[in-house]
Design a protein around this ligand. Structure first.
Ligand code: FNR
Length: 186
């Protein structure tokens, strides 16, 4: 099973990057082949139709689209900003969608979020799920991982302080891999 993990934050010390790192470890332990990317390596301007008409879809969005197509599962780990998904993630999705719908329909998506707040980034994932499922026709597993109060959730080594959180992540990733395996058999 080939899994792509995409952290939706560029911040050094990002909680979402930490969560993505734990997911990468868990996925590797379960036998998946994991590719983790940083959106810093796929710099994209804010979407602008004039820019697209003039210069076409930027190469980083085309590269991302090829990555999406080459994986069985894609885990997006995104912060919540003002009750919505991070602009970085949304802008990336908007550009990749200009390549076509296929990159969103080839893999099964899983969603995760970490936030210093009490909702754990839930509202950001709702808006992300809406774009992926309702507009782009992506298959997004219902199971998702939320890490509220992220400032106290990780220890100095980046592991979860509460073992229950580790169990929750494991079971969410298991659901993602099971769904991706089922899709592969169809
Ligand atoms: C936030 N943050 C935030 N958190 C949340 O749970 N719900 C929210 O609506 C918002 N809104 C928000 C708006 C803006 C402009 C900023 C700068 C921050 C806090 C956010 O979750 C926090 O900065 C995280 O640490 C960002 O994720 P990373 O970079 O740690 O992965």
């Amino acid at each position: 099973m080939d899994v792509l993990v995409i952290p939706g934050s560029l911040r050094s010390g990002s909680y979402n990057v930490r969560l993505a790192s734990l997911a990468v470890k868990e996925l590797a332990l379960s036998g998946a082949t994991v590719t983790r990317l940083s959106l810093a390596d796929y710099p994209l301007p804010i979407y602008d139709g004039d820019l697209e008409a003039e210069k076409g879809v930027p190469e980083p969005a085309r590269r991302l689209a090829r990555h999406f197509l080459a994986h069985d599962a894609i885990l997006i780990v995104s912060p919540e900003y003002n009750a919505g998904v991070s602009a970085l993630v949304k802008n990336t999705i908007d550009w990749v969608s200009r390549v076509g719908m296929e990159p969103f329909r080839a893999a099964v998506f899983g969603l995760a979020a970490a936030s210093p707040g009490g909702f754990g980034g839930l509202r950001g994932l709702i808006s992300l799920r809406q774009s992926l499922e309702l507009e782009l026709g992506a298959l997004v597993v219902p199971e998702q991982m939320l890490v509220p109060r992220a400032g106290a959730a990780f220890d100095a080594d980046g592991a979860f302080v509460d073992p229950k959180m580790a169990d929750r992540l494991r079971s969410m990733l298991r659901a993602l891999l099971a769904r991706a395996a089922a899709q592969k058999r169809i």
